[in-house]
Write a protein that binds this ligand. Structure first.
Ligand SMILES: Cc1ncc(COP(=O)(O)O)c(C=O)c1O
Length: 394
């Protein structure tokens, strides 16, 4: 009886994924603000700007027309066609809209891609440091995330050599690649990406390319895996470049052989993706000029931080190629990034994310700064950090 009651109260083992530690930093920042303090928020990875005006207008018009029903499971056909055109315009790729699947953010796409590609027990390689939900979604689905360490010598990117070494020790079924990456903001050039994909596919390792930060590149243009392989699964989103995080809308480009499997999964998991968000997303492509000016703001912020942080005392960070992140080495001040982040918040009023969220191995030595705020905030953050570090022993 006692055992039966216990069973009714116990969550599944697979639900036991680690929490996002950044939420603790956010809660502490909110507590400071509730008492009248001012915090510069550099912890959360989302744009400060709203969705493009074209998207907002299309959503308003749709709302005024009344009924918002389900759509086709794979997405509104005109939106899928617009996404395919985006590949023609940006990557010179003639993409069949039939291969485009509209999803509930890229987060929804990961669940479907992992379900469509892998069996429970399959091993999937991820670069470390990396975006935590990759490993947590894989674990919840019964797959095994395999972390592959990255190093300065390879610009913090996973290489074919490291992938094959892991595969030889125990076979891998998949690999998730992200460029620009979160938390580092570093990118792989087209050659490195192409080599990694070729090595993986030659071994039968399925490639999933997370391209959510495409469009936000400052040193060289990001290449899409869709241009390098017809078998790779490409995942993207309207959340970052198009500033539409809360709209929960993204997409994937899948190989022909996967379209029907993904359609069946999405029919059952979601029926369809929120209609209003799809309508807004289609119109977002018309708002590129506005989004480019938002991107120029990030570029300016990137400049302020890369010039200012070394003078403020944070001299070492990874190559700041893309996205809106700067991943700084704090090891000469502290080997406990959570404690360092808490102190920086309390004493300097700047919130950043401890690296332990992204890297169970060396994350205690790093902090991630998001520079999607305003230029004035960036200047103030540099000044506050500089004043604070001047009083912090090395
Ligand atoms: C690398 C990466 N991939 C995917 C996501 C998920 O984004 P969304 O579900 O909003 O598309 C994020 C969000 O921060 C991210 O940083």
């Amino acid at each position: 009886m006692l055992e039966a009651a216990k069973q009714l109260l116990t969550p599944s083992k697979r639900s036991n994924v680690p929490p996002f530690i950044v939420m603790d930093v956010m809660a502490a920042a909110a507590a400071i603000e509730a008492q009248g303090g001012r915090v510069i928020h550099m912890e959360v990875g989302q744009p400060a700007a709203p969705a493009p005006a074209t998207a907002l207008k299309a959503a308003k018009v749709a709302l005024e027309q009344g009924r918002i029903g389900y759509t086709e499971t794979l997405g509104i056909p005109t939106l899928r066609a617009a996404i395919a055109r985006h590949y023609a315009q940006n990557y010179d790729l003639a993409l069949d809209p039939a291969r485009v699947v509209v999803t509930t953010g890229s987060s929804g796409a990961f669940i479907m891609a992992f379900l469509a590609l892998f069996e429970p027990g399959d091993r999937v390689a991820l670069a470390n440091p990396g975006y935590p939900p990759y490993r947590h979604i894989l674990s919840a689905l019964g797959c095994e995330p395999v972390l592959i360490e990255t190093f300065a010598e390879t610009r913090w990117a996973m290489t074919g050599k490291a992938l094959i070494a892991a595969h030889r020790s125990q076979p891998l079924k998949g690999v998730v690649i992200a460029s620009p990456a979160n938390p580092t903001g570093t990118m792989m050039d087209a050659d490195a990406l192409s080599k990694l994909i070729a090595v993986a596919e030659a071994e039968g390792i399925r490639v999933i390319s997370d391209e959510i930060y495409h469009g936000l590149d400052y040193t060289f243009a990001a290449e899409t895996a869709a241009n390098l392989s017809e078998r790779a699964v490409v995942i993207n989103s309207f959340s970052k470049y198009f500033c539409m995080t809360g709209w929960r809308i993204g997409w994937m480009v899948v190989p022909n052989s996967l379209i029907r499997a993904v359609e069946r999964l999405q029919q059952n998991l979601a029926i369809s993706v929120p209609t209003l968000a799809q309508i807004a997303a289609e119109a977002a492509f018309e708002g590129r000029a506005e989004m480019e000016s938002v991107k120029h703001g990030y570029e300016e912020n990137r400049h302020i931080l890369t010039q200012g942080l070394p003078k403020a005392g944070l001299e070492k960070f990874l190559p700041v190629d893309g996205a809106f992140y700067l991943y700084a080495d704090i090891s000469y001040f502290s080997g406990d990034s959570l404690d360092f982040a808490k102190r920086m918040l309390n004493e300097a009023g700047v919130a950043a994310t401890p690296g332990i969220d992204f890297d169970p191995v060396s994350g205690h030595n790093f902090l991630r700064f998001c520079y999607a705020g305003s230029a004035a905030e960036m200047h103030e953050a540099v000044e506050r950090i500089g004043n604070w570090l001047a009083k912090t022993p090395r």
